[in-house]
Design a protein around this ligand. Sequence first.
Ligand SMILES: C[S@@+](CC[C@H](N)C(=O)[O-])C[C@H]1O[C@@H](n2cnc3c(N)ncnc32)[C@H](O)[C@@H]1O
Length: 200
Amino acid sequence: MPDTFTLDGSRRNDAMSETAFSSLDLVGQCMADRVRSEQFDLAIRSVVQPHQTVIDVGTGSGLLALFAARAGARRVIAIEYDEYIAEVARENVRNNGYQDVIEVIEADARDCRFEPGSSFDVVITEMLTTGMIDEFQVQAINNLHRQGVVNASTIFIPCRQETFAALAHTEFEIYGLRMRMVRHLWEEFGGEQFKRVRLF
Ligand SMILES: C[S@@+](CC[C@H](N)C(=O)[O-])C[C@H]1O[C@@H](n2cnc3c(N)ncnc32)[C@H](O)[C@@H]1O
């Protein structure tokens, strides 16, 4: 792994990438989800060794990159395609004193190009929405494989995802009004069931 890390972070401009998941509010919700985040911290601490290089794909607030740095990683590359969120992540990195370990790079993980010789011991990525496809986790991981920056001994956190689908009927009624709205964050729709996270 080269000491200075450069990456050609070409950014796509399709509607999904610019609107769907680039929200500081969503990133904040991830961070506030203690069950999820503590499971990641546990997994990262049980895997990351002091000499290792880590990539955190879709770093958001930088939380998982910071967990990796705190676990002792030598070098952490954190990729984030939202300019503003990347700036927030850099601030979080500085505020926690890990600026010599973590480098936040603004890029689209689906097609950014890595410097020849780059390789990662651990890949952390939490862009899991809807079967790892909706938020481009599969596409981002494919890009790592395509460029050979990961190999058979690279550890992925998480290493698999189980996706469940159920037929549902909902009236979209709240406060006595009919409202068209995404319901999966509403408590009475079973918010708790979405908090069960299995990383291994
Ligand atoms: C669900 S948030 C998770 C944030 C953080 N990893 C965590 O677990 O707390 C996903 C983050 O990935 C970023 N992201 C989504 N697709 C991306 C892509 N193709 N390349 C780089 N970042 C991406 C979003 O902007 C968002 O900040």
